[in-house]
Design a protein around this ligand. Structure first.
Ligand code: DON
Length: 564
């Protein structure tokens, strides 16, 4: 045995030891050439189990998503939706698998307004009308069949085991169930599953979900019909409608995953690939970075750079509100929005010395636009296949509606549509008719799974956090590109700020922004608001071009701390 080989073997075992996903929180974990970063150790372990069985990154992605549905049910699940950004190493093919939820056919804006024409409080966030038709199960079947090496049943096996045998509730689950205890108590089926004697369970409690195990097993055995037809479909329609929804069996039978070309652009020599519509994330990221490219950026974390980042975000979010919606339903001038020429004109309106108040920011008419809780994981395998996936049920535990006997918790993603330009959604996002509710339409999202390729290597990243997803991903990319040495642990820990055009203020995390930093922004005319909690849950994987090593790191925050 050569010493090189011995060294590699020793390193391999060291890495296996280090691979305990618990080690991954807030620090980089070294792996040989494959890596997974996710929001839960058991989900990461599910993906690793699939690697060990010969699966590729796409099989592992199916396993991680299904496991998250079981162990992090407040963030994502079979009753939700998501975007999977895929890179196939064999031929460099890149695609976004769009498993975003759709509005039921009988959903119209009128359902969400009272007779006086006022929005009905809570209609988009609570009850059957808040739930859109889930896309995750169809997307798992699609990814496994078209990109995986293993049968779907093999990739779903770890999740089925977790659901059937139970898993130990961690402090994060206990904390989030505590936050949502009252809400869950009002939903008998959800309370039975997610609470223990109507209380948030304590850490260490074994949470079993035999009904969800059975639904996952149906999906494994029957493919999409195991979810979108038959007993599961009937139970979901009944549950949504018993809570005031307008679902029909045909809504589920008709649900289709769509493969879309991702948003792809160059930024100072790096190639960035990110989510396409109906996510606003990739477009906003491209617009922001294209604008920033017009400036010489100094210290990436200094207040002068922050001012420019905020001004870029302000402009991107303003365009989001006017132009963006599901491109299958409304014309969206994506090519023009992400063009360098448009960015140059937008950049020219930025004064490096002072903030542009949002209310005075003009917008070009680009086209006849008629007026606009979650989890992320990143995977790379030994062949170089990659997945960046962001999934959601929207709020923590979604709508709280569970299909009787299915264990499936429905989302409240209808809130991501815009009811009216003057009515912000729960992330305080405003939007216009491009993002109005229509039958079968997908609500606009902020989820931004992304890849960055430069001379250092490949970064795979994404995060939950509503509108703050875009700024999290943007800041992480700027940090990555600015640092000569890649430091993932630092990247996931770094303090965050955010601006979304409206409300017109820079939100900053409570730690990490000293008074002089804030004063420097205020001196430029920004209103700076220190948030009472940190936000986000960035999950990053990096593969070095130099030595082929893959590293993974998870945000020490946990997504719950950042929820609105
Ligand atoms: O798709 C979206 O933009 C939202 N439904 C995401 C929600 C979210 O990230 C909540 N996380 N804390």
């Amino acid at each position: 045995m050569s010493s090189g080989w011995r060294y590699a073997l020793r390193r391999f075992f060291l890495c296996i030891a280090l691979l305990s996903p618990l080690c991954a929180v807030g620090q980089a974990v070294e792996q040989q050439t494959a890596a997974i970063a996710s929001a839960h150790p058991l989900a990461t372990a599910a993906g690793q189990e699939i690697f060990a069985r010969g699966g590729n990154a796409f099989d592992a992605a199916v396993a991680v998503a299904a496991a998250l549905a079981v162990v992090e049910p407040y963030s994502s699940g079979l009753g939700g939706g998501g975007f999977w950004l895929l890179h196939r190493a064999r031929d460099g093919y890149q695609v976004m698998v769009d498993g975003r939820e759709t509005a039921p056919r009988r959903a119209t804006p009128a359902l969400y307004f009272d007779r006086q024409g006022n929005p009905i409080r809570g209609a988009t966030t609570q009850g059957g009308r808040s739930a859109a038709i889930p896309g995750v199960p169809a997307a798992l079947v699609h990814v496994a069949r078209n990109y995986g090496k293993l049968p779907l049943a093999a990739s779903l096996a770890p999740a089925i085991r977790y659901a059937r045998d139970g898993f130990e509730v961690d402090p994060r689950y206990a904390r989030i169930a505590g936050l949502r205890e009252r809400f869950l108590q009002d939903q008998a089926s959800a309370a039975r599953i997610f609470l223990h004697n109507r209380q948030a369970p304590q850490p260490g409690y074994a949470l079993r979900q035999p009904e969800l195990a059975a639904t996952l097993a149906r999906l494994a055995g029957e493919g999409r019909d195991g979810f979108y037809a038959g007993e599961v479909a009937q139970a979901l329609v009944a549950a949504a409608n018993a809570a005031g929804g307008v679902w029909q069996l045909a809504d589920l039978a008709d649900y289709q995953v769509v493969e879309r070309a991702p948003v792809r652009f160059h930024y100072r020599g790096a190639i960035i690939t990110a989510a396409a519509l109906p996510s606003a994330g990739g477009v906003a990221l491209a617009q922001s970075l294209n604008i920033l490219e017009r400036f010489r950026l100094g210290d990436a974390r200094g207040p002068d750079t922050a001012h420019l980042v905020v001004e870029a975000l302000r402009r991107a979010f303003q365009d989001r509100a006017l132009y963006l919606g599901d491109g299958d339903f409304v014309p969206v001038p994506v090519d023009r929005l992400v063009s360098k020429a448009y960015a140059e004109r937008r950049a020219a309106t930025i004064n490096p010395a002072s903030a542009t108040p949002s209310e005075t920011l003009d917008q070009e008419q680009l086209a006849h636009a008629e007026s606009g809780n979650t989890t992320h994981y990143s995977v790379i395998d030994t062949e170089g296949n990659r997945v960046a996936a962001t999934l959601s049920v929207n709020w923590l535990f979604g709508s709280g509606i569970v299909g009787e006997g299915t264990g499936v918790l429905l989302n409240n993603e209808m809130d991501d549509f815009s009811l009216r330009p003057d009515v912000p959604n729960s992330y305080r996002l405003r939007g216009g008719s491009a993002n109005a509710i229509a039958p079968g339409k997908r609500p606009l999202s902020s989820m931004t799974p992304a890849f960055v390729e430069d001379e250092k290597g490949v970064l795979i990243l994404g995060a939950p956090g509503g509108a703050r997803i875009v700024s999290q991903v943007l800041l992480a990319i700027l940090d990555y590109l600015a640092a000569p040495q890649v430091d993932l642990a630092r990247m996931v820990r770094a303090p965050r700020y955010h601006h979304q055009w409206w409300p017109d203020r820079v939100e900053v995390e409570p730690e990490g922004f000293p008074a002089d930093w804030r004063a420097a922004l205020e001196a430029k005319g920004h209103q700076v608001q220190v948030a009472n909690r940190k936000w986000g849950n960035l999950q990053v994987v990096f593969k070095s071009k130099r030595d082929g090593r893959a590293l993974a790191a998870s945000d020490p925050r946990g997504s719950d701390v950042g929820s609105y």
